[in-house]
Design a protein around this ligand. Structure first.
Ligand code: ADP
Ligand code: MG
Length: 285
């Protein structure tokens, strides 16, 4: 199936993209006409269209909540934004440059990145540029913690800060404060989280995703297995991140959390049921 969209903003050039980031200092993420089709090679090459022309702008201080039925492509869109999945068509760009507060975007580990370029198109980036964006610009909280055997919880949570050059002592100090806030008992901090409960693992995952104060946060159901009290703590942390200027795209299974954190909603529909989950140009602003 192909998209039926004809709006002008379903396509963009590298020049237009760079211009948009130069003209709008608050713009952190722009996705234009994103399609994603999966080919099931093990099942006769069947194709599944998950996204059919999604366009989205996210600015500093915004939290865009993705809504829509299961299978609408919400997680797929987040993975495309993070560069885990390569979009089949369309362009996704993330701000990157010396002008981003605290993001150390001109770090020497990305000699390919031109600090004056304003943005990197993740749909067209070299792997090292994707890694650079993840280290300095994007935090991603998946639904489940990927446990690294034998790494203690405190070190696991501190790691994204250490990767950004924060001394280990200070990073662990901040990790401890965040774990305390998320009600992870102190006796668990020296242990690897493999044996933790689902809710404990999810809170460790959230701490790891939020600790580095990335300017762009992608959150895939971070509160799915939490009790009401911990859900509120996470919602507070997300609102604090938003208020300090982070741009956030998130999926939340409960309406309470959506109401607390969202500044805007973006509805996705499964492409097969409605033709295309494309947005009108009103979604771009
Ligand atoms: N890795 C994958 N391989 C094949 N199909 C996938 C893959 N990931 C997602 N899909 C399909 O894409 C569609 C959208 O899935 P998903 O993004 O997980 O939806 P949501 O998060 O809105 O519930 C579904 O039909 C799903 O089966
Ligand atoms: Mg999902």
């Amino acid at each position: 199936m192909t998209s039926t969209l004809t709006e002008p903003q379903t396509q963009t050039t590298a020049h237009d993209m760079a211009r948009a980031f130069a003209d709008r200092p608050a713009l952190m993420l722009r996705a234009v006409g994103v399609h994603k089709t999966f080919t099931l090679h093990g099942q006769g090459g069947i194709e599944i269209e998950a996204l059919a022309g999604v366009s989205l702008d996210v600015a500093r201080g915004e939290c865009v909540v993705l809504v829509g039925p299961s299978g609408a492509g919400k997680s797929t869109l987040l993975r495309c934004l993070y560069g885990n999945y390569l979009a089949s068509a369309g362009t996704i760009a993330v701000r990157c440059g010396a002008a981003v507060d605290g993001a150390e975007c001109a770090a020497e580990d990305s000699t390919r990145t031109n600090p004056a370029a304003h943005c990197i198109a993740i749909t067209n980036a070299e792997p090292r540029d994707v890694l650079h964006l993840r280290r300095h610009m994007m935090g991603y909280v998946s639904q489940f913690l990927r446990v690294i055997p034998r790494v203690p919880t405190l070190a696991l949570v501190a790691a994204p800060l250490v990767a950004r050059g924060v001394p280990e002592d200070e990073a662990e100090h901040r990790a401890a404060a965040l774990l305390e806030r998320l009600n992870i008992p102190k006796r668990l901090w020296p242990l690897a989280p493999a044996t933790f409960s689902g809710g404990e693992q999810q809170r460790v995952n959230i701490a790891r995703g939020l600790i580095a104060d990335h300017p762009l946060l992608l959150l895939d159901e971070p509160t799915a297995s939490l009790d009401a009290e911990n859900r509120d703590v996470v919602a507070d942390l997300i609102v604090e991140a938003r208020e300090r200027g982070a741009a956030i795209v998130g999926i939340f299974h409960d309406e309470d959390t959506r109401l607390k954190v969202a500044t805007r909603r973006l509805e996705l529909q499964p492409p097969l049921s409605c033709g295309a989950n494309a947005l009108t140009p009103a979604a771009l602003h």
